[in-house]
Design a protein around this ligand. Structure first.
Ligand SMILES: NC(=O)C1=CN([C@@H]2O[C@H](COP(=O)(O)OP(=O)(O)OC[C@H]3O[C@@H](n4cnc5c(N)ncnc54)[C@H](OP(=O)(O)O)[C@@H]3O)[C@@H](O)[C@H]2O)C=CC1
Ligand SMILES: O=C(CO)[C@H](O)[C@H](O)COP(=O)(O)O
Ligand SMILES: [Zn+2]
Length: 340
């Protein structure tokens, strides 16, 4: 079948291309609601290195999104079903390495075309059925929620059992979602959020404590920590985490940084800390996230507070307008109602 793909060909330049794609044994999904990730912005604005841009562009952006099934000759879905699309496509299985860490996996919007397409032609295992009455504007960023689900599931295996105070550094989207999911999963733990913006911290209504990072004297140490700042903010966040965590704590690193981050390894050694990184997610994380939506519908209500704007896209200028609006946003997620 013929499909139109909207590719970033150079920073801030999106162009359509019509390609012929084989849909045999695949599910055809019309993207309906997409959401912009910081990773998309790094390509859109051209803040990645020239080598990376030269290697990955032209490429359709966006790896957060949902859609409606048009047809499925595999029988897994019914036409009209609302599904979340999975950006990670593994090409092999490994007994020990999860699909999102296999170097052979293909990730939409990072080296391979993302969801900015007229139709997504997916193997049935790259889509998961959503509750059919789900708030689509919120479900659009289920991928980001699945990344938090993934990191917390790994934390659960790695961290020692005292989980009385869990610190989250970062008052943006990732910090909000990680804190919310930690609160839901460990209702007896105190969730302590550290951020840079009083206005954003006000939205963390489910957290037990919120603190501005430059006013932490007297704040009790945490047993474990999640770093959700990213960018240049990672440096100060990791430094403060190492300072404000109890011995033998576990530090979950989630923020992406363009530059290397210096780490106070002396104190990592002295405190016996465990640092581990998490990136992306796999099918089981999406399934667990959808299960969470079913079992804890209040999570979707809390996530709705993150929707900053919903932007209709009917033509390419609407897409670029959404990316530009995302750059200027005060907080939250920029959602695109996809009508291309
Ligand atoms: N591991 C993964 O698979 C994924 C990683 N990410 C990455 O996670 C990071 C966060 O994403 P997202 O939440 O969407 O981005 P946001 O920009 O929404 O949030 C980052 C927040 O951290 C705050 N911050 C900066 N420095 C510190 C600090 N020292 N301590 C505490 N908070 C600080 C920022 O404040 P201010 O704005 O004032 O600087 C901002 O509010 C990004 O690097 C993103 O690329 C995203 C998705 C998946
Ligand atoms: O956002 C993410 C997952 O949701 C990751 O940060 C993203 O996949 C990193 O990819 P890239 O190397 O292209 O920045
Ligand atoms: Zn992302």
């Amino acid at each position: 079948m013929l499909n139109t793909i909207y590719r970033l060909t150079a920073p801030r330049t999106i162009e359509p291309v019509v390609v012929s794609q084989d849909s045999t044994g695949k599910v055809i999904v019309r993207p309906t609601y997409l959401s912009i990730c910081n990773a998309d912005q790094r390509y859109y604005q051209g803040t990645r290195s020239k080598e990376v841009l030269d290697k990955k562009l032209p490429m359709a952006l966006i790896h957060e999104g949902i859609g409606r099934v048009v047809s499925d000759n595999t029988g897994a879905f019914q036409p009209g079903d609302i599904v979340v699309m999975l950006p990670n496509a593994p090409t092999e299985q490994d007994e020990f390495i999860a699909e999102n860490y296999l170097r052979s996996s293909r990730f939409c919007g990072s080296g391979f075309d993302g969801f900015m397409q007229e139709s997504m032609i997916l193997p049935p295992e790259r889509a998961v059925l959503l509750p059919q009455d789900v708030n689509c504007e919120v479900a659009a960023f289920t991928e980001l929620v699945s990344v938090a689900t993934h990191a917390i599931s790994r934390f659960d295996i790695i961290a020692h059992g005292r989980r009385e105070r869990i610190g989250v550094w970062g008052d943006g989207n990732m910090g909000y979602i990680v804190s919310l999911l930690l609160h839901t999963r460990y209702p007896d733990a105190k969730i302590v959020v550290f951020g840079r913006n009083e206005s954003k911290l006000h939205d963390f209504t489910f957290a037990d404590e919120t603190h501005l990072v430059d006013d932490v004297s007297g704040v009790e140490l945490v047993d474990h920590a999640f770093e959700c700042a990213g960018g240049e903010g990672s440096v100060a966040a990791i430094e403060q985490i190492i300072d404000r965590i109890n011995p033998e704590g576990t530090v979950s690193l989630l923020g992406v940084s363009e530059n290397n981050v210096p780490i106070n390894t002396r104190m990592v050694l002295e405190k016996g800390l465990r640092l581990f990184g998490s990136s992306r997610s796999g099918r089981e994380d999406f399934e667990a996230t959808v299960q969470l939506y079913h079992e804890h519908p209040e999570v979707l209500d809390y996530l709705a507070a993150l929707v900053c704007s919903v932007n209709e896209a009917r033509q390419i200028s609407d897409i670029t307008a959404a990316f530009e609006a995302d750059i200027r946003k005060p907080m939250g997620k920029t959602v695109i109602r996809w009508n291309m």
